[in-house]
Design a protein around this ligand. Structure first.
Ligand code: DHE
Length: 507
């Protein structure tokens, strides 16, 4: 007897599949349960999680997709279900040994190496609204440059907030596990999301509706939008490639295999747009190359290969977009790459695992400095962007993930994401490089990720907890002015700051 549909380890349901919701309840236990874990998967899980575990209504269940979930957690999700999702509890259907066997199976590499072809991409593509029929001016009455897009990770939702009144304008379900910063069209009308499972969606902030979605890969790193608003480039781990989409409706233009000069295939670590260069810049994970793909004019997207001194995990740009500050976590250090000459210029002293994508820059004594949090050490590294020398390592109460500031703010806000002090947020004085204030917004609960309003008056901070909240602070007096309850709010993004590529925000 078949359970319909079976295990949804977590929900990744587009609106069109909500009709299946009332069916996600396991029926009575089968009289004869298969003992083989693969057969159990096929019987109970496949209808949602897909043939060969590639994903369907539920996310993919491949080792690559599960790397961030510990087997014990997967076990309890199968046993008890996942709240606020389509994943039902299976404790009365499968016994403990069967669940353990199933978990073991899910963490094994697929017998058939997973593939995701152009045909698969095209078959996943859905256009949900015809943009041509929608008004071209904002319909919500709020300042379109001061909207916030907030990812609510605990229940896989996105909220759109009016950044003047901090009132909600929209609240909708996203694909499972959005990751990285959403990216915006240059006019701020469209926002693009990427899920770890490869789903890319485009949402219209003027009309508050989803326009289109497509699955560009099985395991995605991040996406970038060209500065002319025409292209979306997606960087994938699985399959290791770049996928170029038309930014209007996410239709597939082509995939670009990421193969090094010597023929070695590679995963993509990260892709960002470099607006003054009219190009995408890509870091490769398995070959020592960075790529630049021009989107000026009528582009061919032929990569310009830049030899790196190491494998690259992530990078940031200097304010003029001439240099990359890139890290290799294996090497426990960084390197500077000159995009004009295509040469690695120098090493930079960055201990631990700097989270360069979250690094920010500001002017100190008239000179640009760059600061990055570190996911393995309780310190912030501050570099001089002229000499590439380390100015200071600022000790924090534990390793952190994110850092944010704003041109009008005297402080760089950074979290302590890991360890017993993960409820603390440090405000670093941008001139003295000392910790000026430490806030504990909700003691005992992880506080992380800040974003400012477009004028810098307010800072929005996440308390990353099931009973969490989005807190609005007056960025000068540091008074809390509003608290909006949320389920693990993660990143939040101000439209104006993002489309201006403003100083102090992520790019
Ligand atoms: Fe992220 C951004 C890489 C784990 C939440 N993270 C990014 C970016 C990269 C990256 C390359 C920039 C992409 C962009 O914005 O276009 N993240 C990594 C990792 O390599 C790492 C350490 C391991 C991994 O599993 O991939 C990692 N990241 C996490 C998490 O565990 C976090 C805290 C929770 C989650 O959602 O998975 C997390 N990462 C975020 C967020 C951003 C991000 C919220 C966007 C920050 C911003 O302000 O733009």
């Amino acid at each position: 007897m078949q359970l319909i549909p079976a295990l949804v380890l977590a929900a990744a349901l587009p609106a069109a599949t909500f009709v299946a919701l009332d069916l996600a309840i396991p029926r009575a236990a089968a009289a004869t349960q298969p003992t083989d874990s693969q057969a159990l998967y096929e019987q109970h899980c496949q209808s949602c999680h897909g043939v060969n575990r590639l994903g369907g209504a539920g996310p993919a269940l491949l080792p690559e997709s599960l790397s961030r979930i510990k087997p014990a957690e997967a076990h309890s999700v199968i046993r008890d279900g996942r709240p606020a999702s389509q994943m039902a509890a299976y404790s009365h259907v499968l016994n403990d040994a069967q669940i353990t066997g199933l978990v073991d199976y899910l963490y094994q590499p697929a017998a058939v190496p997973p593939t995701w072809s152009d045909a698969d991409i095209r078959a996943s593509h859905r256009i949900l609204k015809d943009v041509a029929t929608l008004p071209t001016a904002p319909q919500h009455g709020a300042d379109p440059r001061n909207l916030f897009v907030v990812v609510e990770a605990g229940n896989h939702h996105v909220r759109v907030l009016d950044g003047d009144r901090f009132e909600e304008l929209a609240n909708f379900q996203s694909h499972f596990a959005l990751h990285g910063g959403p990216k915006f069209s240059p006019d701020g009308r469209f926002v693009y999301f990427a899920s770890r499972d490869g789903w890319i969606s485009v949402y219209d902030l003027h009309n508050l509706c989803m326009i289109a979605e497509v699955r560009a890969g099985l395991n995605t790193r991040n996406l970038a939008v060209s500065n002319d608003g025409r292209w979306v480039l997606v960087g994938n781990y699985l399959p290791g490639n770049l996928v170029l989409l038309d930014a209007r409706d996410l239709s597939l233009i082509k995939h670009i295999p990421t193969v090094g000069q010597d023929g070695t295939p590679s995963r993509v670590s990260a892709v960002y747009t470099a607006p003054p260069r009219d190009s995408f810049v890509v870091a490769l994970k398995d070959v020592q190359e960075a790529w630049e793909l021009s989107y000026a004019g009528e582009p061919t997207f032929e990569p310009r290969r830049i030899k790196a001194a190491d494998y690259l995990d992530d990078f940031s740009f200097t304010p003029d977009y001439r240099y990359l500050l890139a890290t290799s976590r294996k090497a426990h250090g960084g390197q500077v790459i000159d995009l004009d000459t295509g040469k690695a210029v120098t090493d930079i002293p960055l201990p631990g695992m700097p989270h360069l994508g979250s690094g920010i820059y500001w002017k100190r004594d008239g000179k640009w400095v760059f600061a990055t949090p570190n996911v393995s050490k309780g310190l912030i590294s501050v570099l001089d962007l002229e000499t590439w020398k380390l100015i200071k390592e600022i000790p924090t109460e534990g390793p952190g993930f994110f850092m944010r500031s704003q041109a009008n703010s005297p402080y760089a806000w950074t979290d302590v994401f890991f360890g017993p002090n993960n409820d603390a947020v440090h405000l670093i004085d941008k001139q003295t490089l000392e910790v000026a204030h430490t806030l504990r917004p909700m003691p005992g609960k992880n506080a992380a990720h800040v974003e400012f309003t477009n004028d810098g008056r307010y800072a929005l901070l996440s308390v990353w907890d099931t009973d969490g909240a989005l807190l609005v602070y007056d960025a000068n007096t540091l008074e809390e002015v509003k608290r909006i309850p949320m389920n693990k709010p993660s990143g939040k993004y101000n439209v104006g700051n993002k489309i201006e590529f403003a100083e102090g925000t992520s790019h």
